[in-house]
Each structure stands twice: as C-alpha cells, then as structure tokens.
Design a protein around this ligand. Structure first.
Ligand SMILES: Nc1ncnc2c1ncn2[C@@H]1O[C@H](COP(=O)(O)OP(=O)(O)O)[C@@H](O)[C@H]1O
Ligand SMILES: [Mg+2]
Length: 351
C-alpha cells in the first residue's frame, strides 16, 4: 500500500534546476533511504514534502490527501501536514528543557494537558529519556539530543517521518545503536520513514528500500539487495558499493579479455537490451576471483587493505586498476602476479 506519492516534482533556485521532474512512491510502514551526493537535492526534496518550501511543478499526496499540487493550486500549511522532520543538527530549542522541547508540537496544536502529558511520557520512555525531562539541551550528550529530536517528531504520531542526515553527527557505534532503536520504534508505531543520507552503509543498514538520487532525480529505487546486485546506471553502481566498469576495448589486450570474460559472466535482467545497446559492464569486487600464478588474464597486486573479515586488493591489469575483494584464507603479497577471473557482471547504462 502506498502511503505517499510524489509526482513530476520540479524546483529551481535561480537558474539552477534542483529537483528535476522527480517521481517517488513511498510504501506504508517502510523505511525508504534516499541516498545521493551532497548537493543533489535531498534536503530540498524533504523541505518540499514537509511544506517548508514550494515547487514550480508537481504534486505530493500523503495518505490519500493532496498536500501539494502546483497545477491545482493546492498547498497545505506545514503544521497541517502530519509530517515530522528530524534535522542533522537536531534544531532543539536551547532555552527549553527536554519536556518543553518534546511537548512543543502538542501544545501548539492545542492538545489537552493531561493527554499531552501522557503522550510525552510514553514517547520519552520509547526513546529512553526517562528522568531527563528537566535537562536543557546543553546538558545532554549528542546521543541524548538526538533522542529528544526524535521524540519531538514522534509526539504527533506523524503519517510520514523525515530524517535529514539525522545520524551523521554520531560516532559509528552510537549510529548503529540509534539505527536499531529507530527501526524498533518504527515497527512498534508502524511508522513510514524517509531517511535521507549521503552514507550508503547507513542506508543499507537500516532501510527496506533505497532510492538513489542524482542531480535532482531518482535514478533507481528498489530493495537494498536489488539495487546493489542490479544497478541500472554507472552512477548507481558506483555510489552504492564499489564497482569495476569494463567496456569493450580494441587497443588493450588485457581489457578486451576482461570484457569478454565479463560478457560471459553477465547476469542480466534483460539480455536483449544488453545485446542491442549496452556497452558497459559493472563488476563488483567480490565477483573478481584471483589466484596465484599463470592464467588467461594476468595482473599484479598493487595494494592490499586488511578489513578483518575480508581483504581489499587493487590489482593492476593492463592499463587499469581492478578492485577485488577476497576472504582472508589466501593472502597475496604486494607485487605478486595473479590470474584473474570474473564470475558475475551486470550491464549498466553509461551516464
Ligand atoms: N535556499 C537556497 N537558495 C539557493 N540555492 C539553494 C538553496 N537551498 C539549496 N540550494 C541549492 O540547491 C542544491 C541542492 O541543495 P540540497 O537540497 O541542500 O542538497 P543535498 O541536501 O542533497 O546536499 C544545491 O546546489 C544548493 O546549493
Ligand atoms: Mg542536505
């Protein structure tokens, strides 16, 4: 079931097109991660959804209700949207204590005092802030401030919860912990969340689906595994995970051997499309197999990075560097000659 639908959305700042005919459907009860490089329009997209800024074209529908339709001249006020947003810097009110920060949205909506107290208390328990109601933001750790920001968003029990890089300021361990807690709360309250981040690992760790954004458009949206295994464009393949791009070569013998090997290993959703017009293959590092000694395709180990559970190699093969990931059972020294094979590739659009 679709909870929110964004269609034909466009926005400019001056001459710059920031959102470019963007479409996106958000399923009820899912965490959808929107990932993309800095400046691609992620924050602007959230701001339009929340009603904090307008658009030149397009529409936003949430739970069957049109919140924005430029064409039909509809624009519902932000506070009437049942959307909550958590910002990167948390944006807590410094002169309000925890209780006042969290209860704010209920008080401005005129929620009756005893009901307000009940919801705030419940929400504080949910985010594990019990006993901290009298503290001021500067008396809290980064993680606690984050929880206040989350609680403040949760009190209105939003139809859509938006996170804008909300976990970016936390250290790695804290980030993982918050991800688990958010996921738990999301399931308890059956929340629909759009989680914007430039961090692909964060997106993959938390989301049900990923939408990859580039230059104001969504390039691909799908289950985490699907986007990783079947990227449709070069941009997506390179942004989600690491990829080796191989194209047909007429002047480099090693490259043309790699190409032929990759074509044989190509796993395509649509082989016809591949044969007719595609000319680029994407190979994940774990789908390149290296062995010591001679073989049809030869390379040299130029770099090795030990990751604990895996090793990342850079192998010089002909004129290129090949990114390879192996388990830790066989180790190859710098300068060692290895034979190379490709066991899986997918065709992508060159962009
Ligand atoms: N208020 C604004 N006025 C002018 N340009 C803006 C404004 N907000 C964002 N932009 C521009 O729009 C583009 C997208 O910005 P933003 O949505 O913040 O990207 P992201 O969140 O993906 O980093 C950037 O080029 C940025 O400079
Ligand atoms: Mg941003």
């Amino acid at each position: 079931m679709i909870q929110a639908e964004i269609a034909n959305l466009s926005k400019k700042y001056g001459k710059e097109i920031v959102i470019n005919d963007l479409g996106l459907k958000i399923n009820k009860g899912e965490i959808l991660a929107v990932v993309g490089p800095s400046g691609c329009g992620k924050t602007t997209l959230l701001q339009i959804i929340a009603g904090l800024t307008g658009a030149e074209k397009g529409s936003v529908v949430l739970a069957g209700r049109t919140l924005l339709s430029v064409e039909r001249n509809i624009s519902v006020l932000p506070e009437k949207r049942k959307i909550a947003m958590v910002f990167q810097n948390y944006a807590l009110w410094p002169h309000y204590n925890v209780w006042q920060n969290i209860s704010y949205a209920l008080r401005v909506r005129g929620v009756e005092k005893s009901k307000c107290e009940k919801i705030v208390k419940e929400t504080m328990e949910m985010v594990r802030l019990e006993g901290k109601q009298k503290r001021y933001p500067h008396e809290l750790s980064g993680g606690e401030q984050q929880r206040v920001a989350l609680a403040r968003a949760l009190v209105i029990r939003p139809d859509l919860l938006l996170f804008d890089e909300s976990l970016s300021n936390l250290d790695a361990k804290m980030k993982e912990k918050m991800q688990r807690e958010i996921k738990k709360i999301q399931q308890e309250l059956r929340l629909t969340i759009v989680h914007v981040t430039h961090d692909q690992h964060e997106a993959m760790g938390m989301a049900d689906r990923i939408a990859v954004m580039n230059k104001g458009r969504i390039e691909q949206v799908g289950a985490v595994e699907e986007v990783y295994k079947y990227p449709v464009t070069q941009f997506v393949a390179g942004f989600i995970g690491t990829a080796n791009f191989i194209s047909e070569s007429l002047d480099d013998l090693t490259e043309s051997k790699l190409w032929r090997r990759a074509v044989r290993a190509a796993e395509n959703k649509n082989k016809n499309e591949f044969r007719n017009k595609e000319n680029l293959l994407s190979v994940r590092p774990e789908d390149v197999i290296i062995k010591s000694g001679k073989g049809e395709i030869i390379g040299t180990v130029a770099k090795a990075t030990y990751r604990g559970n895996a090793i990342d190699y850079e192998i010089i093969a002909g004129k290129r560097v090949l990114y390879v990931q192996t388990d830790t059972r066989n180790l190859y020294e710098l300068g060692a000659e290895v034979s190379i094979d490709i066991v899986r590739a997918v065709t992508i659009k060159d962009n």
